[in-house]
Ligand binder design. Structure first.
Ligand code: FES
Ligand code: FES
Length: 159
């Protein structure tokens, strides 16, 4: 008898029918079984936020979920932010404000910020800093990340 479970992960609107061990984490399934490697793995225990994705509208650390728990959910990853001809305002703002260096943390910050802005498009500076404080970056010193997210939020409000 197979110890794997058949599930469907819907990532950025595309269904992926896969077979996974019940203990496989969602981030591993997204990367290994669905080929979406934009979502990064850092600490693997919920501390760094590199693995942040949006599931049914909620930002989630995908190293803390089992893949089977996301069966049938709508998962959004960094690959879904840009359209075919245009970067998401957050992506463009990260470039403009030099909000990345090595880029390892960037997919997680982008998804964290995208989810937060969608839930509250008018965050105060304090609220923004509180949200962004949940993810770790070892390069930038955070100031340019905050600047970039603030600028993107204002641009999205004006759009
Ligand atoms: S890899 Fe998931 S929080 Fe660090
Ligand atoms: S840009 Fe290197 S960890 Fe954030």
């Amino acid at each position: 008898m197979s110890d794997k479970v058949d599930i469907t992960l819907t990532i950025n609107g595309a269904p992926h029918a896969i077979s996974v061990a019940p203990r496989k984490t969602l981030v591993d399934a997204i990367r290994d079984d669905c080929g979406r490697t934009g979502t990064h793995i850092g600490c693997e225990h919920g501390v760094c936020g590199a693995c942040t994705v949006i599931i049914d509208g909620e930002t989630v650390r995908s190293c803390l979920m089992f893949a089977v728990q996301a069966d049938g959910c709508e998962i959004r990853t960094v690959e879904g932010l840009a359209t075919s001809d245009k970067l998401h305002p957050l992506q463009a703002s990260f470039i403009k404000h030099h909000a990345l260096q090595c880029g390892f943390c960037t997919p997680g910050f982008l998804m964290l910020a995208a989810g937060a802005i969608e839930r509250n498009p008018d965050m105060s500076d304090d609220e923004l800093i509180e949200v962004l404080s949940s993810n770790l970056c070892r390069c930038t010193g955070y100031e340019n990340i905050v600047k970039a997210v603030r600028a993107a939020m204002l641009e999205m409000q004006a759009a």
